[in-house]
Design a protein around this ligand. Structure first.
Ligand code: UDP
Length: 241
């Protein structure tokens, strides 16, 4: 297979059909703009399956996304998109960079949910954008920003309820969007414990409850076990039962 692109967590391969790509999920983990690097056992297979299932669920509920099917434990077929260089973060509870930058205490409820746009640019450290800067840099048209904002909030509603049914709190998550061959806006990338903050509602302890990449970022241990628990909980949802 011809490799098109290798990122921090995935490799993108060509397929015989130019409109279809193959995303291969790796065990490599990075944090703090790749200053911290490591491996999480079985992460690739776990995140691939979690993403596949969540994209399948989102499609069922009317959210256009790039997922076609899962080829193998670590590979999904996706529609080729022209990726918009934005990282769209939706937050339900304050955590991570929001706490660091605003002083809000961890777990402060955000009503309505907060939508943050970041410039997807590793060399610049993915800076937070304003709408004016987003336009200055021509990263997306305003009508696309409007559509992305609405889609991101819809995804939040759907996934928030989905995870609630699994006993998990969706604290925040990151989405990426692109345009398909016809120019339609489509959700891309992945949705996994690498890109979401997920808290186990059966655990009161603020460290024990963490089921996502914060375990890796903060060296909390049992990273792979937590990811596997997210997969098990996702698969236990009635939709997949
Ligand atoms: N996130 C991500 N990729 C990034 C930055 C953030 O997937 O490059 C996710 C992160 O896992 C979390 C959410 O987006 O679920 C919000 O992250 P935040 O801005 O708080 O940054 P962090 O604390 O991860 O530096």
């Amino acid at each position: 297979m011809i490799k098109l692109y290798e990122g921090k967590a995935k490799i993108i391969y060509q397929s015989p059909d130019p409109e279809i790509l193959i995303a291969h999920f790796k065990d490599d983990a990075t944090a703090f703009n790749a200053q911290k690097r490591g491996q999480i056992a079985d992460k690739g297979a776990i995140n691939c399956t979690i993403s596949a299932r969540l994209f399948q669920y989102l499609a069922e509920l009317g959210i256009p996304n790039h997922f076609i099917d899962q080829l193998s434990p670590r590979e999904i077929r996706v529609r080729a998109l022209k990726i918009i260089p934005l990282e769209v973060v939706v937050r339900n509870l304050a955590a991570g960079s929001l706490c660091a930058q605003t002083g809000l205490p961890l777990a402060t409820p955000l009503n309505p949910p907060l939508v943050d746009f970041y410039y997807k640019n590793d060399a610049l450290g993915d800076p937070l954008l304003t709408i004016d800067r987003l336009q200055l840099l021509n990263l997306a048209r305003l009508d696309q920003v409007d559509q992305i904002y609405k889609l991101a909030l819809q995804v939040n509603e759907i996934l928030g309820q989905f995870f609630q049914a699994c006993g998990v709190t969706l604290v925040d998550f990151k989405l990426e969007f692109g345009c398909d061959a016809a120019g339609a806006l489509v959700l891309g990338d992945e949705i996994s414990p690498d890109t979401c903050r997920l808290w186990d509602q059966t655990q009161a302890d603020p460290q024990e409850r963490i089921l996502d990449k914060d375990r890796f970022r903060q060296d909390l241990g049992n990273v792979s076990t937590a990811y596997q628990r997210v997969l098990d909980l996702v698969l236990s949802h009635p939709f997949f039962g």
